[in-house]
Design a protein around this ligand. Sequence first.
Ligand code: PHE
Ligand code: ZN
Length: 846
Amino acid sequence: MTIQETIYLSDYTPFGFIVEDVHLTFKLAPTTTRVISRIRFAPNPDSSSRDFFLHGEGLNLHWAKVDGADVAPDLVKGGLRCDVPDTAFTWECEVEIDPQGNTALEGLYMSNGMYCTQCEAEGFRNITFYPDRPDVMSVFTVRIEGDNPALLSNGNPADSGEGWAEWHDPWPKPAYLFALVAGDLRNYPGSFKTMSGRDVELNLWVRPGDEGKCAFGMEALKKSMIWDEEVYGREYDLDIFNIVAVDDFNMGAMENKGLNIFNSAVVLASPETSTDANFERIEAIIAHEYFHNWTGNRITCRDWFQLCLKEGLTVFRDQQFTGDMRGHAVKRINDVVTLRSRQFREDSGPLAHPPRPDQFVEINNFYTVTVYEKGAEVINILKHLVGDDGYKKALDLYFDRHDGDAATIEDWLQVFEDATGRDLTQFKRWYTDAGTPHVKVADSFDNGIYTLTFTQETAPTPGQDDKPARVIPIAVGLLDPNGNEVLPTQILEMAETTQSFSFEGLSAKPVPSILRGFSAPVVLERETSAEEQAFLLAHDTDPFNKWEAGQALAKDCLIAMTQGGTPDQGLLDGMTTVARDHSLDPAFRALALGLPAQDDIAATLAARGITPDPDKIWRAHQALKQAIAQHLQDVWPRLLAEMATPGPYSPDAEHAGKRALHGVALAYLSQIDGGTAAKAAYTTAGNMTEQLSALACLLSVEKGTDELATFREQWQHDRLVMDKWFGLQVGYASPENCVATAKRLSEDADFNWKNPNRFRAVFGAMMMHHAGFHQADGSGYNLLADWLIKLDPVNGQISARMSTGYETWKRYDADRQAKARAALKRINGAPDLSRNLGEMVTRILK
Ligand code: PHE
Ligand code: ZN
């Protein structure tokens, strides 16, 4: 086992030098690229350190000079040290690197013959020696020499000729925002006029053949640019904005200044190859990366502990954007579904950490749902506390005060305190404390006064035993027994461990609608009757809580069914009403007809001290689906007809919503017609959304063998569609077949396991298949371990990320625990485990 060195927030010190400017020359060659750097350093007046340490990993240093004279730096672990003058000086060096041999996809690497970079968080040190930390910002000039048609870097084009190009980025930036791309790429062009009238050239760069999948991304980019001007007053600041699509990419996309690099899966779109969900995600990620230009690039992070400063805020902004584009109610529900299934899971297990952690071994392991999604929720809380006007004032001040800075969460909070006058001391706990608060609610009615009493409690998390009360904005509305709203939404600010709020002048005991819009990321615990939930499902005016009431009913029902209960009549009737209610948005109806995830049921049982049985949960889920399918059997054919979307495909929210409800109807109908309707739908499908949803229906009733074969034939040439083909088979397998299916597919000739998208398609689907992954024989745990051990030396970021499949292992019975522990120990014992996976497994095992 390797010794893991922990980095602490409390150890932060500024770098001893400032970087005045950076000049880089790249002489590209697949296995022998040379990088020549010329960097102007000066002593940092804000630091007393004169330790000239430059990060560097896997670099072959050819020569180095200080002020033109040869020097022989000390090559030390993780970089080099050198004696330097105590006044400003020029550092120069040449290193050689091997992009072709770089399988970790961090630094400069090759993907399908094209060069590209990924530098966040600490990848620049794989390119040249440099103070690779986000608080060191500088102006970059980059010269690229290579015989590739496209030669791109950050900033504006400066000059070019046959076989070379130069770029200049006038905005000081940290090295993690550096990017370079070179290859045989085609550009899909566009243009944008900014609010002050400047013309910006836009390009989407793709491999030849993918030009037909660019139009949607380009439109999404323009929408994002307008939105950030209109809503946040933020204008783009270069003459050109480039986006590049690459097939081999560890994450979704990267906000490099002026040169965003995207996983091709989240930028290329066409109706034939992309689902509605893909279109929505692409629009959101393009917006996200674009919004980073201000929240991330112009204002960056002082150190990586502050990651949520840019990520939480940028997720919050992209959520607002998607809400504006496609409807807020449905967007909020989708976001909460993700938050609960992924972040609540993280927050209640061995990997729990605060949105702003204070220690890490490998920063790449902290690009988590807690930093991103909970980071966004925390801003939502803050906005509730200071109000819309306060939020706007604070954001204006933030951009004003911190433009050009590498900032901290303390800076961010100071801005809100200064702009609004509000003391945020208690609020700050949301940033520093891990764990999801559980809020219990009790109520009473007496003499026309209705009282709600809340009690909050947060369970201990690793390294944090004590959890003081947090400030929680609880949005509440009250309905009278006839379903009329007698108190419109109010924000109750809970700041104590236990706190009561009273409402006077009511003629009858009201029905409360609590935590409307999911006003804070907490688990609400309230003993209610199924009747009351059914009442809220029917009458709540808050769309989130209307959906929530149905989900709560379904959850209670599923839990009862794991213990021998039968489907609840109120739930079945409520679902019928919702399905038929034409006044409700089809997208909303589709969500309301969905069932809580099996992993959520397991989490809830575990939180109540009951050991979840994955097979029983699976069977309860199947039985409830059956019961709903049967109870609404007359509704499905009608919905299929009403929700048809003839005519040309449009990915807009209206059409997508109809297709979503159509898909839900088809899925339920398949449960009772043996797949007949789905088979027909598969043949007539006019776009990928319909084709995939029909195929999924068939697989879920153990049909679809022929369709799988023809699908493969049809889409063999399209790697993104083939990812779906791989993933779907695992995701829709029965629990007994899930692991075997993953194993069979991992032996397929098209299983390029070094490609993160393909690896995730199979093994991501396997670990998300609750009953499949947690098979009692431990086969899921073992197969994942085999593959993580195999992948780790090639790509430690992905192996580490995928190890989160095990994070819930302690929820289950002793037998399963023993098998999971053995698999984790086997991983931990693998020779030369990466720091990434090593840290994850250590934390998960604890
Ligand atoms: N900063 C990227 C984003 O959120 C994510 C990312 C992190 C991409 C690390 C690559 C590597 O938009
Ligand atoms: Zn981001």
